[in-house]
Design a protein around this ligand. Structure first.
Ligand code: ARG
Length: 557
């Protein structure tokens, strides 16, 4: 039974409004002491010409529901308390029936969301900012999918632009095949840096680079061949990271993909929006913002143009209802400009969303200032291996588990803070098995698996005595399990995986308090059955929640 729907049905009958309106208005209080559901009367009172307090009181006296223990009125709020045994039965039987689908919905059925995330720049190191975009984007993708949306994940590779003109000039002057083969990204970075140093003394190099990019845009074979090689070498390296992080995209259409679509995009734009020539560059003037540049003086495209073409492509080819851009906060202005131009073209601006995020602070590695993702991932795995070797020296598949724990720690370390804030990256904190970390959640999952294994009991699904659960630890834990869907809903609405990370930390905290106080194996038969079912439910939800974050849950660690 869905308590929320049942309560909404009854309220809506009394108010003469649709059930949906009430479902939308029902809240889940932050603390169970305030009830399981709360209904604010403000909006509905004004409709019926009553005072909110009066309406609340009136409703509380008329509503009768079998599964409701008590209805409290607090000012304009109605707080519903569901009978414990009903909650217990409802939550646990539903989890054991739906398993990893528990908490999923079909809210997004028929709606398509195109998500732009990761999007590193080729021929450059895969930076930490891109790691953030990758893991945040991947998690939001999983969350929206779980709510029934049709998601298209696009890795909008930075593989076009003036910088490739520079790189081609640099390669022709200082490139060395041997070095390129050995460590391609490092070598490309070195010659790119050299280009900038040299250009300070010899500004003609910049002119050469612009000319090279123009040649590239016009399809010059030789330039394209060099660019292809850069791209291939970079992708080979990036693929390694994506494999480690267990991430796949539906499309790898990067900026170069739009090379032959930009003129058409500008034409489409010009049907609705006035463009202007400003010092020879083609621009759209915007209110209270710098202009949106479509073409540079020499006719080359810009980051703006390519994003415009990409947006039009996504709207028409995928028939997208929503376009999300998971990109760091420094690009706020860029997206404001883009969305404003799309708005001028007649698109609803609410279709577009910049899901921004702050910086990762305090990370350093052996190669100096620039942080290489490879080093970060390797270090995470290595540290996890060390901890596991001490904690569980006999563990069989140590390397595999160390990978799940090390990578999981990095992902959780990122996703557990509100994305808009900067994240302090501290190895001790993110790998602390007892702290608010990925390994702590994974460890609780492994603990559940171990209890179930040790019990050597098959869990019954019928004839259970639900009213045997009476302790506060058990009831709180079960209620928290029951709020999984609500956490996912909030995470989806705000594009904040951190809400699920927080939910999981609380779940583990509640489970561990239960585990510390109550024996499971060795309790009398009826209680044993219930408690095993509870442990199994916690195991399922941790696994499912971690999966929504893009983290694996080992059974032993
Ligand atoms: N490659 C860009 C960068 O590293 C990010 C691209 C973000 N996506 C987009 N559609 N602009 O800054």
């Amino acid at each position: 039974m869905n308590f929320r729907d049942e309560i909404a049905k009854t309220i809506s009958e009394g108010l003469n409004v649709t059930t949906n309106e009430v479902v939308e208005a029902l809240e889940v209080p932050p603390d169970y002491a305030l009830g399981d559901y709360a209904f604010p009367c403000f909006k509905f009172a004004s409709k019926s010409g009553k005072k909110p307090n009066e309406l609340a009181k009136e409703l509380s006296e008329t509503i009768k529901l079998d599964f409701v223990e008590n209805i409290e009125t607090k000012g304009a709020y109605l707080n519903f308390f569901i009978k414990a045994e009903n909650v217990v039965e409802n939550v646990l039987s539903e989890i054991s029936e739906k398993k990893e689908c528990y908490g999923s919905t079909n809210e997004g059925k028929g709606k398509t969301v195109v998500m732009d995330y990761s999007s590193p720049n080729i021929a450059k190191p895969f930076g930490i900012g891109h790691l953030r975009s990758t893991v945040i984007g991947n998690s939001i993708y999983r969350i929206l999918k779980f709510r029934g949306y049709n998601c298209v994940g696009v890795n909008h590779l930075g593989d076009w632009g003036t910088q490739f003109g520079k790189l081609i000039v640099a390669y022709e002057n200082w490139g060395e095949e041997k070095k390129l083969e050995k460590d391609p990204i490092k070598h490309l970075l070195d010659i790119y840096v050299k280009f900038h140093d040299e250009a300070k003394i010899n500004p003609e190099l910049d002119e050469e680079a612009r000319e090279e990019f123009r040649k590239l845009e016009n399809g010059n074979k030789k330039s394209l061949a060099i660019w292809e090689m850069f791209k291939e070498l970079s992708l080979k390296e990036f693929e390694k990271y994506y494999a480690e992080l267990n991430i796949e995209f539906d499309s790898n259409a990067g900026e170069s993909f739009y090379n032959d679509k930009m003129d058409a995009a500008i034409k489409t734009l010009e049907k609705k929006v006035k463009t202007e020539l400003s010092d020879g560059a083609l621009v759209v003037e915007l209110e209270k913002m710098p202009p949106f540049m479509l073409k540079k003086t020499n006719g080359s495209s810009t980051y703006h143009t390519r994003d415009l073409a990409a947006a039009i492509y996504r709207l028409t080819e995928y028939k997208a209802d929503k376009l999300l851009y998971v990109v760091g906060a420094p690009q706020k202005l860029h997206f404001k400009q883009l969305f404003s131009v799309l708005g001028k073209m007649g698109h609803e601006e609410s279709k577009f969303e910049h899901v921004d995020f702050g910086h990762f602070l305090g990370m350093s590695t052996r190669k100096g200032n620039i942080i290489f993702l490879e080093d970060v991932l390797d270090k995470g795995i290595e540290l996890a291996k060390k901890i596991i070797s001490v904690k569980n020296p006999k563990l069989k598949n140590k390397n595999e588990v160390a990978k799940m724990v090390g990578i999981g720690a990095i992902i959780f370390g990122d996703l557990s803070s509100d994305r808009v804030k900067d994240v302090e990256f501290d190895w001790d904190r993110i790998l602390n098995f007892e702290g608010e970390s990925g390994p702590y959640v994974q460890y609780t999952h492994a603990r559940c698996c171990s209890v179930l294994k040790k019990s050597e009991t098959e869990i019954k699904k019928t004839g259970l005595k639900w009213d045997k659960f009476t302790s506060e630890e058990e009831l709180k834990l079960i209620k928290h399990l029951g709020s999984f869907e609500n956490a996912i809903e909030q995470a989806a609405k705000q594009y904040k995986p951190s809400i699920i990370a927080r939910y999981l930390l609380d779940l583990c905290g509640l489970f561990n308090s239960f585990y510390a106080k109550h024996k499971i194996i060795g309790s009398e038969e009826e209680l044993l059955q219930l408690r095993l079912l509870l442990v199994d439910s916690v195991r399922t939800i941790i696994d499912s929640g971690l999966n929504l974050l893009g983290i694996k849950a080992p059974e032993e660690m």
